[in-house]
Design a protein around this ligand. Structure first.
Ligand SMILES: *Cc1c(COP(=O)(O)O)cnc(C)c1O
Length: 367
């Protein structure tokens, strides 16, 4: 018997998530010292975690023999204070990727539809297909979600609409007013999953709490993987109405978030000065990269996140060329953007290095 015939519909057709290449991987392939390689491929924080997060994580590690608090009590308490919501309105996940999957557990099955942008974060499509639902992809408009077209794509079978602002892989945001209008225009049977993984990099990120207060089926997703620099520890969260958060909490594993991650996340929330510094340096880095790209004549998409979408022509070729120079960026063929690269904003020196690589490649391979 072929194993394939046992597999649920959608599983084999699922897109494969292709992560940014790990530094050790590239070092092995090139036979060079990992210390000489920089990774600007996964939108990680070049400044690392806050020292307060690290202290809290070290402390938690001393009790590694104990199961974590499955309810994430301290972290939800802290988040509730920060948002002016109740702890019962939060669900904490093994990265916000897990919350996306929990949404699938709660909402999606065969015959259902999930509306999403294209290109948008690949995990939306992955989750829809994993649960046998149909992904309905709506092309972006000027690198941001085309909310009018997404509203038109909603049918009686639509269960969920995924919107990311700023979007990944483009970095381009939608405005608060249009997002609120869009949410209020959705029929009652449609959940809005609003992914704000990069909101902390924005000056005035859209506030969707009014929608939650109005009783709309909206869940907002955030992560400690980006500005908080804790991608390795896997902590993300969602906030919604209590009833909605309770449903998501019902379908998760009992100990889905490890204690070291929980402690680090609490420590990270206490260090507002660090977050402020990361935001400032990211803004300077975006400016530095944009100016450098302009001088090379390379086009980029407007970004309020910690990465830039850059048009190089032969994305795969430029990705390889940069990698040979010890700079890992993200090729975007899986996002159907073969002419583009996604480059994470690094430190001043790292940005200089990726620009230098691009300069050499442009000189070698005039487009
Ligand atoms: C990075 C990212 C996330 C966060 O993923 P984690 O699982 O929390 O590490 C979620 N959504 C988007 C769009 C992202 O780019």
């Amino acid at each position: 018997m072929r194993l394939e015939s046992l597999v649920k519909p959608g599983v084999l057709a699922q897109p494969v998530y292709e992560p940014g290449r790990p530094i050790e991987d590239v070092a092995r392939e090139l036979g060079i010292d990992p210390a000489g390689i920089i990774k600007l491929a996964s939108n990680e924080n070049p400044l690392g975690p806050s020292p307060r997060a690290l202290d809290a994580a070290r402390e938690a590690l001393l009790h590694g023999e104990l199961y974590p608090d499955g309810a994430c009590f301290a972290l939800r308490q802290k988040l509730a204070q920060a948002y002016g919501l109740s702890p019962a309105q939060f669900v904490v996940g093994n990265g916000s990727n897990e919350i996306l999957e929990l949404l699938g557990h709660v909402l999606l099955g065969p015959g259902d539809e999930a509306v999403m942008g294209a290109p948008a974060f690949v995990v939306y499509k992955l989750v829809a297909m994993l649960f046998g639902a149909k992904p309905v992809e709506v092309p972006l408009d000027g690198f941001r979600h085309d909310l009018k077209a997404m509203a038109r794509a909603v049918t009686p079978r639509t269960k969920i609409v995924f919107v990311a602002s700023p979007n990944n892989p483009t970095g381009t945001p939608n405005g608060e007013a249009e997002i609120l209008d869009f949410a209020r225009s959705l029929p009652e049977h449609v959940v809005l999953a609003y992914d704000e993984a990069y909101a902390e990099y924005q000056d005035n990120p859209p506030d969707l709490r009014p929608l939650i207060r109005e009783g709309r089926p909206v869940v907002c997703l955030r992560t400690f993987s980006k500005i908080y620099g804790l991608a390795s520890l896997r902590v993300g969260y969602g906030y919604a109405a209590e009833e909605f958060a309770a449903l998501l909490n019902r379908v998760r594993q009992p100990f889905n978030v490890n204690a070291i991650g929980q402690a680090a996340a609490v420590g990270a929330l206490d260090d507002r000065a660090f977050v402020e510094r990361c935001r400032r340096e990211n803004r300077a880095g975006l400016g530095q990269l944009q100016a450098g790209l302009d001088s090379l004549g390379l086009a980029w998409a407007p970004s309020t996140a910690n990465f830039l979408l850059v048009k190089v022509g032969d994305g795969a070729g430029w990705f390889e060329a940069l990698q040979r120079r010890g700079v890992i960026v993200r090729p975007l063929k899986p996002y159907k953007l073969p002419e583009w690269l996604r480059i994470t904003v690094g430190t001043r020196e790292q940005n200089e290095r990726v620009l230098e690589g691009l300069r050499e490649q442009a000189a070698e391979k005039p487009r």
